[in-house]
Ligand binder design. Structure first.
Ligand code: ADP
Ligand code: MG
Length: 324
């Protein structure tokens, strides 16, 4: 009997990048400070996510692959947990239904861990195995048993592009965690986990981009902004260079994006874009999250105020620079 059905899997597991995102988020939830991601052939051949987090107790390993077997209780305060409840405990069973998965994990420091192998939702191996504290999930041959889905996959380069994008956004949201990404043996991303956002920007966009950044830091009674925007002279960014982050998670808001571009384009030509990493802090009651497993669309309850605040502060940072 299959642990999870493949139809439900399609909602969570759209492509290799969705697997990377789910596994990395689990590692973050487990308190990891170092997360290593290895992929082969755009993730279609292999995705491995290794973390130094809490690990999983031997008796909990199998149930982690059952639908709705989440160990994460929504703490009424966390807006993302409340609103993403519908997808809780879905990732591992969904991934395991459409791939060959192995889990190596240990919850303690005595080197004694557990190994599970699951193929197409069927548990095929479960045994004790040596492991450092933490978890290593390996996903092989994604969609091997769903050829129709496999046919939808684009080129290796395209799938790798989506994976890199996931990793860049997660890394920008968590400067305190060290991330590495390797594809077919080549290092593509390495962040130090020092907590320094500029280091992450350098790792993602290059050192010259990081040198071109200006700090953003502002507060009003409802909102706190922090991050970096590229100096007006920086011309190498495109539309994708804007990252907006709430609570470490990359979010999307058309209105917020428009406000950012208004600030930029009242000062600079409309065919140019900033590099921007903007963290927003606010009370959970001020944001409404419409969750899709692949992306976080948000709406703000006092949107006019927020957009005006962001526009004014960003313009001020850019203008301040011009006056010096
Ligand atoms: P969710 O993250 O919504 O709880 P998942 O299917 O992603 O559901 O994971 C199921 C459970 O497996 C988690 O609640 C957690 O207890 C455990 N788990 C998964 N990945 C890890 C990990 N890297 N480290 C520790 N525990 C994990
Ligand atoms: Mg999860």
């Amino acid at each position: 009997e299959h642990i999870a059905n493949q139809i439900a899997a399609g909602e969570v597991v759209e492509r290799p990048a969705s697997v990377v995102k789910e596994l990395v988020e689990n590692a973050i939830d487990a308190g990891a400070t170092r997360i290593e991601v290895t992929v082969e052939e755009g993730g279609l051949q292999l995705i491995r996510v290794k973390d130094n987090g809490s690990g999983i107790e031997p008796e909990d390993c199998e149930t982690a692959f059952y639908r709705h077997a989440t160990s994460k209780i929504a703490s009424g305060r966390d807006l993302f947990q409340i609103t993403s409840l519908g997808f809780r405990g879905e990732a591992l069973p969904s991934i395991a239904a459409v791939a060959k998965v192995s889990l190596l994990t240990a919850a303690g420091d005595d080197g004694r861990g557990r190994l599970l192998e699951i193929e197409g939702g069927r548990l095929v191996t479960q045994e004790d195995a040596a492991s450092a504290r933490g978890t290593e999930m390996t996903v092989r041959e994604l969609f091997y048993n769903t050829p129709a889905r496999l046919k939808y996959m684009k080129s290796i380069q395209t799938e790798l592009g989506h994976i890199s994008d996931v990793m860049y956004r997660v890394a920008l949201g968590h400067p305190g965690i060290s991330f590495t990404l390797r594809h077919n043996g080549n290092p593509l991303l390495q962040t130090l986990g020092s907590g320094d956002l500029l280091q992450v920007i350098a790792a993602v966009y290059g050192t010259s981009a990081a040198k071109a950044m200006l700090p953003v830091s502002a507060e009003d009674p409802d909102y706190t902004l922090s991050g970096y925007i590229s100096r007006p002279e920086w011309t190498r960014a495109n539309r994708n260079g804007i990252s907006t982050i709430i609570g470490g998670r990359s979010i999307r808001s058309g209105g917020l994006n428009a406000a950012i571009l208004r600030a930029y384009h009242t000062l600079l030509p409309i065919n140019r874009y900033p590099l921007l990493v903007l963290n927003l802090d606010m009370h959970p009651s001020l944001v409404d999250v419409n969750v899709h497993p692949a992306k976080l669309e948000v709406r703000f309850s006092k949107e006019t105020e927020l957009y005006a605040f962001v526009e004014r502060e960003l313009r001020q940072v850019l203008l301040g620079e011009n006056l010096i």
